[in-house]
Ligand binder design. Sequence first.
Ligand code: NAP
Length: 253
Amino acid sequence: MSLPITVAVSGAKGRMGREVVEAVEAEADLSLVAQIDFGESLADVLTRTQPLALVDFSVPEAVLGNLETALIHGVVPIVGTTGLSPGDVAHVRGLCRKHKLGALIAPNFAIGAILMMRFAQEAAKYLPDAEIIEMHHEKKLDAPSGTAAKTAEMIAEGRAGASPTQLPAGAFEKIPGSRGGKGVGDVPVHSIRLPGFVASQMVIFGGAGQTLTLRHDSLDRKSFMPGVILALRHAPLLAANGGELVYGLEHLL
Ligand code: NAP
């Protein structure tokens, strides 16, 4: 039998981190060697425990530093923390090449959400007019969600050059922001933060005389764990891929 994959978890005391710790401990082929949280030196812990992979579910302001520390220590980063900009992702791509070590950044580890994004990309070929409504718990720090940003990118790719309908000249917002925020692909994103939600998203497409709504709900943080475990089982392949960043769990399915 091969040796277990050794794992450190960063943000281990957080809502996601606690679930990851429990999920990793339940798998015989994974071995949890470290749990790190705010105020501890990640570099010291990685030097002492030398895991193969670091799962990071920390906070937007810490994740880039944690990623770089992992790569410097020869540890494969498996990142779920959101809030990274396209520029940050490009920066991490460069770091992976520099350190000749692969990494995974997954804006969403839930298989249903991956399918929703894939279906949205497909629908955008035929219905280029789309808006995203994402709904998360009230403690989420960043907006829009990583999933919404990635979905917008995929819709923009799926449109394959077809342009969305422009608002009429003279259209205006009576309340600033009421038409949502726009990033990649000019897909409006509306972010709702309310107690009761874990993570949900709707993508609404509009066409002549019809609408199509795709919806995914993570009702429990356990929904993300099969994706995290899958990613950890890919860690040896990421370690040996010569320094390529994998962006999105769909590339491992
Ligand atoms: P959370 O409950 O606030 O947990 C974050 C944890 O990270 C806290 O324990 C925090 O400690 C700790 N932390 C702060 N600074 C740190 C540092 N420098 N190094 C290590 N740990 C540090 O948040 P959460 O709900 O678990 O979410 C964590 C992240 O995962 C968010 O970005 C969220 O959007 C993302 N997320 C991603 C997915 C996905 O599928 N990709 C799914 C759900 C959530 P303190 O409380 O002491 O500051």
